[in-house]
Design a protein. Structure first.
Length: 155
């Protein structure tokens, strides 16, 4: 068993600062190809490039084998695709893990997306339904709340 203590972790990515100033420009440039696929997209952000992503985590472990971890992730809104102007809303996800460790055994209960946040991960906007084939937004949602129990034996 490992020693006790609390560990905090904070990670933030400012896409605009990191990408625009140091690595690459995240704005769509006007070109004949861009204008043919997505008129009016020039000057806006690339698809799946949120302005910021924030991860905060805290871990705890004591000398009797109890442990836990809480993670929180915040993601800003982002465009789904270059071919349309549809955006995913910003969202927050929280995960939790608690358990007990013995010499050979570990038992832990865990949950992902513990507040059951509905959030979109992919999106499309096109006509696909007859007879009029009106343009419609289609989205894929991220995983719903998932809970589990893990029992592990190490030898």
């Amino acid at each position: 068993m490992k020693g006790g203590g609390i560990t905090l972790q904070i990670n933030e990515i400012q896409s605009k600062i990191v990408l625009d100033q140091f690595l690459l420009d995240t704005k769509i440039k006007s070109s004949s190809a861009t204008d043919a696929v997505s008129p009016g997209a020039a000057g806006r952000d690339l698809a799946h490039a949120p302005e910021y992503t924030l991860n905060v985590g805290a871990s705890y472990r004591d000398n009797q084998g109890w442990f836990g971890r809480f993670d929180f992730t915040l993601v800003d809104e982002f465009y789904f695709d270059i071919s349309n102007n549809e955006k995913a809303d910003n969202y927050q996800i929280a995960n939790l893990r608690i358990g007990k460790e013995w010499q050979y055994w570990t038992v832990e209960a865990w949950g992902r997306n513990i507040f059951d946040e509905d959030y979109e991960t992919r999106g499309f906007f096109f006509g696909n339904e007859p007879p009029a084939f009106a343009e419609t937004r289609y989205t894929k949602f991220g995983d719903p709340r998932t809970i589990g129990l893990t029992v592990r034996y190490s030898y």
